[in-house]
Design a protein around this ligand. Structure first.
Ligand code: GDP
Ligand code: MG
Length: 441
């Protein structure tokens, strides 16, 4: 298991502060193997490992977890990030009929997925859906869709022998318009391998039908070849998303990462079985856990981060309720941030923090600044910390000397404290901590 391997790498590091480059690189070698085992394509693995290494080096380790676990969390977040931040649905808000075109290799699951999506649109969104098969290459392909249509009580375009895909597409479009369908799904023909005739046919169909959604259907069991499939298709047509089929099998989901990296398009659905309702929305964080095979570690780290966060915000809420926020509070806030791995770690760990960090002068407030501010407050007397107003020019010089900073630095800190106190008073008026929390979701 990856966590065991990482444990070995990081055992010697236990109890020490920040993640060092050589240790992170050693851990990344294991991550690299795990990704390749999960069938993520090699060039994608390379880019990813490089990016995450950069992010991980220098991060502090949370108190209650091991460095190995922390790296797993960082890797996991990187994966989820790369897979797309959130669930992404179909964009069908146009004058009907909205057109969905399905493309992909033969046997990838296009026809099945066409029916699955049609059923979903009918059942969940109450749409009137027509399906049309443009597959004139495989005998009985059009009948296959008609049978599925009967199963889910959705209309399929009547079959006319001898028509070519573009003609069928035109006929389908007209029928869908005339008969007031909300959605028209075009199931195109696949080939065993990417070839130009198929691509030209697909482009011609796209030209006449101008689809809102062009979904590339890919078998999740497609290993290293997934990158070629994705890049070939996305060069030829304007894809809007990807459907990953056969995620019910042994697939670890590495293809998801490859698809996303190569096409830059969201994965909109995953197929999880042969039955018509075996279609799910794509949840990036779940698949990230599956690719690494360590969702348990991830949730452990998340919990560790939450506990710290919760205790802290409760104490702060109490202070605020009393209308007090002195320099001692500011200091404990700063320490909290440092302990949790500095601003960088916080930002990558908690959703709300991304915004907060961006707001802090575009990253100018780095971790060194945190330490410096801590030192400044450390050089103040107890009274000064509670009543910053006491700090006249002479006292400021003393504090600056004591902390190895400048009076300007001291002023900056006091200004920041003032701003924070002001902001907190405002928050109190707006309904207190609860109001604030709800803003961060
Ligand atoms: P097409 O050639 O791209 O149209 O592929 P089909 O839709 O005909 O599917 C090929 C085979 O894959 C069929 O036997 C389907 O039942 C099966 N299939 C499609 N999607 C899934 C899935 O998500 N899970 C599993 N286990 N089988 C699937
Ligand atoms: Mg088919």
């Amino acid at each position: 298991k990856l966590s065991d391997r990482l444990g070995g790498v990081f055992d010697k590091l236990r109890g020490r502060g920040a993640l060092k480059e050589e240790d992170v690189r050693a851990a990344m070698r294991e991550v690299r193997i795990a990704l390749l085992e999960a069938d993520v394509a090699l060039p994608v693995v390379r880019d990813f490992v490089e990016k995450v290494t950069e992010q991980a080096v220098g991060q502090s380790v949370l108190k209650s977890i091991t460095p190995g676990q922390q790296v797993v969390k960082i890797v996991n977040d990187g994966l989820a990030d790369m897979l797309g931040a959130e669930v992404s649905g179909l964009e069908l808000a146009v004058t009907p009929p909205a057109i969905i075109m399905m493309v992909g290799l033969q046997g990838s699951g296009k026809t099945t997925t066409t029916a699955k999506i049609a059923k979903r649109l009918k059942d969940k969104e109450n749409k009137k859906v027509m399906m049309a098969s443009l597959d004139v290459n495989r005998p009985a392909a059009q009948e296959q869709l008609a049978v599925l249509g009967q199963q889910i009580s959705a209309t399929t375009l009547p079959i006319v022998e001898g028509q070519q895909p573009v003609e069928i597409a035109k006929r389908a479009l007209q029928a869908a318009k005339l008969q007031g369908f909300d959605v028209l799904m075009l199931d195109t023909a696949g080939r065993l391998h990417v070839d130009q005739q198929l691509m030209d046919e697909m482009k011609a169909v796209a030209d006449v039908s101008k689809p809102q959604e062009t979904l590339l259907v890919v078998d999740a069991l497609t290993g290293q070849d997934a990158v070629n499939v994705a890049s070939n298709f996305s060069e030829q047509v304007d894809l809007s998303g990807v459907v990953l089929t056969r995620m019910d099998g042994d697939a670890r989901g590495g293809a998801a990462l490859s698809m996303r990296a190569v096409t830059g398009k969201p994965i909109k659905f995953v197929g999880v079985g042969e039955k018509i309702d075996a279609l799910e929305e794509f949840h990036p964080e779940r698949v990230a856990g599956r690719i690494l095979g360590m969702g348990d570690v991830v949730s452990l780290v998340e919990k560790a981060a939450q506990v710290v966060d919760k205790e802290e915000s409760e104490a702060l809420a109490e202070k605020m309720a009393k209308g007090q926020f002195d320099l001692n509070d500011l200091r404990s806030q700063l320490r909290q941030m440092t302990k949790m791995g500095g601003l960088g770690a916080l930002a990558s760990m908690m959703p709300g923090m991304k915004k907060a960090k961006a707001a802090m002068a575009g990253g100018a407030m780095d971790d060194k600044v945190l330490l410096r501010m801590d030192a400044i407050i450390g050089s103040m007397t107890k009274q000064e910390r509670v009543r910053p107003g006491l700090l006249n020019a002479k006292r400021k010089v003393r504090v600056a000397k004591g902390s190895g900073t400048t009076v300007q630095d001291v002023n900056k800190l006091l200004k920041m404290h003032q701003e924070m106190s002001k902001a907190m008073k405002k928050i109190k008026k707006m309904g207190g901590m609860k109001g604030l929390m709800s803003m961060f979701g």
